[in-house]
Write a protein that binds this ligand. Structure first.
Ligand code: ZN
Length: 138
């Protein structure tokens, strides 16, 4: 395993074991959820919008390491961002893991999930929270 693969693996494990922004957001103004029956992942994404800014975001649910880490990394990546910026990040992330597009450095720690592009069975795990986010921001 390369040093970079090792680092990515550690980031995924860290976010799986200590998910960020996990729990209920009582003041949420938007909410959406999703399921990935093939793996058993469930996620609920709660967003507090102030104007067109994601002032706060939290997620709940249960799932595998990939789905939990992806949701956790997502909340960190989009918190404080404008809706349009979050949707752009979602597009870049999905291009990376679904289409195997060259990773955009703007994705930051989300780059840790780029290996998912080579694991077709896990793509839905990685995109679950992002689909819920897009639904919540509609
Ligand atoms: Zn999964």
């Amino acid at each position: 395993m390369s040093v970079l693969d090792e680092l990515y693996r550690e980031i995924i494990l860290d976010h799986y074991q200590n998910p960020r922004n996990f729990g209920v957001l009582p003041e949420a103004s938007r909410q959406a959820g999703g399921m990935n029956p093939s793996c058993g992942d469930q996620v609920e994404v709660m967003v507090l919008l102030e104007g067109d800014t994601i002032a706060d975001i939290r997620f709940q649910g249960q799932g595998c390491a990939i789905s939990t880490a992806s949701a956790s990394l997502m909340t960190e990546a989009v918190k404080g961002k404008k809706v349009a910026e979050a949707l752009e990040l979602s597009r870049k992330f999905q291009a990376m893991v679904v289409e195997g597009a060259p990773p955009d450095p703007a994705l930051g720690d989300l780059l840790a999930l780029q290996g998912v592009a080579k694991l077709p069975a896990r793509v839905k795990c990685a995109t679950l929270a992002w689909h819920a986010l897009e639904e919540a921001l509609k």
